[in-house]
Design a protein around this ligand. Sequence first.
Ligand code: GTP
Ligand code: GTP
Ligand code: MG
Ligand code: MG
Lengths: 278, 292
Amino acid sequence: LPGRTKLDEDFWDELEETLILSDVGGMTSAKIVDDMRDKSKRGRIKEPSEVLKVLRDNLAEIMDKGDTSLKIPEGELVIILVVGVNGTGKTTSIGKLAYRLKKEGRKVILAAGDTFRAAASEQLQIWGQRVGAEVIRHNEGADPAAVIFDAIKAARSRGADIVIADTAGRLHSKVNLMEELKKIRRIIGREVEGAPQEVLLVLDATTGQNALQQARVFKEAVDLTGIVITKMDGSAKGGILFAISDELKIPVKFVGLGEGIEDLETFDPKLFMDALIQ
Amino acid sequence: SLQERLGEIFRKLRGRGKLTEDDVNAVLREVRMALLEADVNLNVVREFTKKVKEKAVGEAVWKSLTPGQLVIKYVRDELVNLMGGDEPRLEMSQDPPTVIMMVGLHGSGKTTSSAKLARYLKSKGRHPMLVAADLHRPAAITQLQVLGKQIDVPVFAMGAQEKPLSVARAGLKAAISQGNDVVIMDTAGRLHIDQELMDELKEVRDYVKPHEVLLVVDAMTGQDAVNIAEQFNTQIGVDGIVLSKLDGDARGGAALSVRFVTGKPIKFIGVGEKTDALEIFHPDRLVSRILG
Ligand SMILES: Nc1nc2c(ncn2[C@@H]2O[C@H](COP(=O)(O)OP(=O)(O)OP(=O)(O)O)[C@@H](O)[C@H]2O)c(=O)[nH]1
Ligand SMILES: Nc1nc2c(ncn2[C@@H]2O[C@H](COP(=O)(O)OP(=O)(O)OP(=O)(O)O)[C@@H](O)[C@H]2O)c(=O)[nH]1
Ligand SMILES: [Mg+2]
Ligand SMILES: [Mg+2]
């Protein structure tokens, strides 16, 4: 695309190819390119570089859901529930987020709500040590809602103002596991007024079209306030975020850029589009 | 579904007489879109639809009462041809222990698949040992130890401060002295574009000389699957693929991309979180899934 000097068939094909290879999706990419061709004709845009600029701006606007900050007001007990399918980076992202919130002066407690997977609580405990945040855990096989309930009690008695609750990875197609998640959310809401104030879906940037279905089902089950897109330090571009933004209007709040404690950045739609369409 | 869309196209083309280049392209566009939506890599889709085009322009399609179904049959046959072929078996060494190394991206399912494989081999009368060579992820060693305990398979581990190469060497020695005939080595998740970590993996592979390097790939992987497979295969050398999380509803097109780019067979599929959730790969089932 950078080398192109005229708006010929090759240009439009290459643009569509770039989008598809970034996981924007076959149908979505075709639609974006068709729309852009019409716009260019009507607006009499002749320069490929100008087309790309207009496209980046338009798509960034669709992805921009305004304020990407967390809704975590001071003076009340805030519960952040972290959900998603297996292996996307939930536990690691919680560690990074706790570190960020601690640096902002908040007092954070972590709830080891994954009571199923081998060494899930131990993994979160190590993150808690790295961050300097207390971790509330039970034994493997315990009721996840009970762990989160205990973490809320601990937060109240210790004067902590944020509880970040880890949950077990679960495939959205497993009805019983989604029911378990709904129950966890209900219990949080019953215990703390207005909670969970944030429900973050953690998506893996290397995931293809299935990420859209994940977002749909998780949104329907527990309602989502934001998305964390992880592993953006790889070669995958996370293009499926565009369809998710467009259809479901869930704001992308954070980007995971590595395995380290500081590898979490606030989502920037302009930067995202720059990387997608160079 | 692809069937319905093709049926629609052929209905419009009926009664027109001869099939033009444009007509064929319209058909192929539908096939292409279905494969893209199933996460098959774009370049693989292009190569693949070229092959189907040669068949689709033939007389048989035009003479058929159900040309849409015939095109699907060509697509399906070509997919099975690509995915299937060899009998995906694990190569057991004549000079034990057989060493199997599990590699792949973060969170793809390596640790869980290592335990599943150990359980499977144990059920076949082998005496596997698991080696906890992921020294990077917090509690990775503990994770493998907990799984090993669940399936009653020994886990070789050292302190978390050790280097993967030291653990691999010592693990292999321990397996030999304890008479284990299979060693399954779990490794840390790594990016195919992280040269330092790819070099680390090469170093471990060079020392351990695995009989099987299994690339664990998440079934929901998108277009990036070709890059991952390409790098692991050219830099490390891959003998087979484990496609994990097939119990989800991802179409699994990544499997086609990985097969296309490496030529290596899918040896196992992961169909659940428990250690018994490992199955032998059946190409026809995956093809039906990809075609939706
Ligand atoms: N490169 C990279 N790796 C990441 C990132 N986020 C997480 N990871 C790695 O991805 C792997 C899985 O991370 P986890 O935090 O265990 O994922 P999870 O969603 O909690 O997994 P389950 O609880 O098993 O569902 C680990 O190896 C992490 O270090 C990221 O932004 N970049
Ligand atoms: N549903 C389902 N979950 C799976 C399957 N295989 C692995 N998992 C889950 O996927 C998540 C990641 O699995 P791990 O075995 O920790 O993945 P890994 O590749 O070792 O991760 P890293 O070591 O961090 O790179 C865990 O929650 C597993 O339980 C599968 O076939 N189906
Ligand atoms: Mg986790
Ligand atoms: Mg692992």
